[in-house]
Design a protein around this ligand. Structure first.
Ligand code: AMP
Ligand code: ZN
Length: 110
């Protein structure tokens, strides 16, 4: 967990452009945006894979999606957005701390 870059962002040890934070999640700008608006929604609980979901984490993720839906318009995503959760090497998951990409601010060409 110690060398997890998202845990370091959550702990404030690495700077990020935070858009929202509460006791359960943080939302910040992706450092290499692949869309006009590209945010990362990161549960503060460190786990990498959906296979690690238990009852508590499932409830956390449910709330997380609900918050995403509530806050998306205030992030400029009122016309729609795409959520991506990369899982494992074939998906190109580079950070092994579960996160939800929020992409939009434009018509997505793919
Ligand atoms: P994934 O490929 O799904 O693991 O996505 C990881 C994402 O984290 C990539 O889109 C990176 O651009 C992004 N990323 C990596 N380091 C940082 C950082 N320090 N601040 C913001 N985003 C980052
Ligand atoms: Zn982590």
């Amino acid at each position: 967990m110690n060398d997890c870059i998202f845990c370091k962002i959550i702990a404030g040890e690495i700077p990020s452009r935070k858009k929202y934070e509460d006791d359960e999640i943080v939302i910040f700008e992706d450092i290499e945006p692949k869309a006009k608006i590209h945010l990362l929604c990161v549960p503060k609980d460190h786990f990498a894979y959906l296979t690690e979901l238990d009852e508590r984490r499932s409830a956390l993720l449910g709330k997380t999606f609900s918050k995403i839906a509530s806050f998306a318009p205030s992030f400029g995503l009122e016309k729609g957005y795409r959520l991506i959760v990369n899982q494992g090497d074939d998906a190109g998951q580079t950070v092994k701390h579960l996160h939800i990409h929020m992409m939009g601010g434009q018509e997505l060409p793919f």
